[in-house]
Design a binder for this molecule. Structure first.
Ligand SMILES: [Zn+2]
Length: 178
């Protein structure tokens, strides 16, 4: 086990709901806000110290909300930007990396067949693949998805590995349960 843990001002913190459900990774500013309002239990910490109020605490790696919040995975929470980040700008059919302006959003199960406009039914696609797939399911079009679309909080590591951020060993357990 490596004890090497370089100082890094942008260490992230995994935010859990009161029932340990994974919500998202948060950065310093949001963490401080929640800590200041006394809304968090600290579950796991980094080695790094953090001056806090009149003392020093260890920088939190996992925090849990003292009060349960209702997660709302409706259409309203869907975001094209987060979808693109989740899929790493990559067409989920042919694998090509796309510049932002060439990205289209494909409904895996077409809306005409009852598919929803949601994280679990939308993927990044290039124009040619999107055209080829047309109003068909991947099976009907004879195409295969590189990754099954998930809600971003279920694959929260996407927001971490992109930036080569530090990975806290405790995160694996929380994320694999979600
Ligand atoms: Zn493609």
């Amino acid at each position: 086990m490596s004890m090497r843990e370089p100082r890094c001002p942008v260490k992230k913190t995994l935010l859990l709901n009161n029932n340990y459900e994974v919500l998202q990774f948060i950065v310093e500013r949001k963490l401080f806000k929640l800590l200041y309002k006394d809304k968090l239990w600290i579950e796991e910490t980094w080695q790094q110290d953090l001056p806090w109020l009149h003392g020093i605490i260890k920088y939190p790696a996992v925090v849990r909300l003292k009060n349960m919040i209702k997660r709302n995975f409706t259409v309203a929470t869907f975001s094209r930007g987060i979808l693109i980040k989740r899929d790493k700008n990559q067409c989920q059919y042919c694998g090509i990396k796309l510049p932002y302006y060439q990205i289209t959003v494909d409904h895996v199960i077409p809306k005409s067949q009852g598919g929803t406009h949601s994280f679990t039914n939308c993927v990044v696609a290039c124009h040619p693949c999107n055209n080829r797939k047309d109003n068909k399911t991947p099976e009907q079009a004879g195409m295969k998805l590189l990754n099954l679309p998930t809600h971003p909080s279920f694959s929260a590591h996407h927001s971490i590995t992109d930036n080569q951020d530090y990975w806290h060993p405790s995160w694996d357990g929380f994320l694999s349960n979600s």
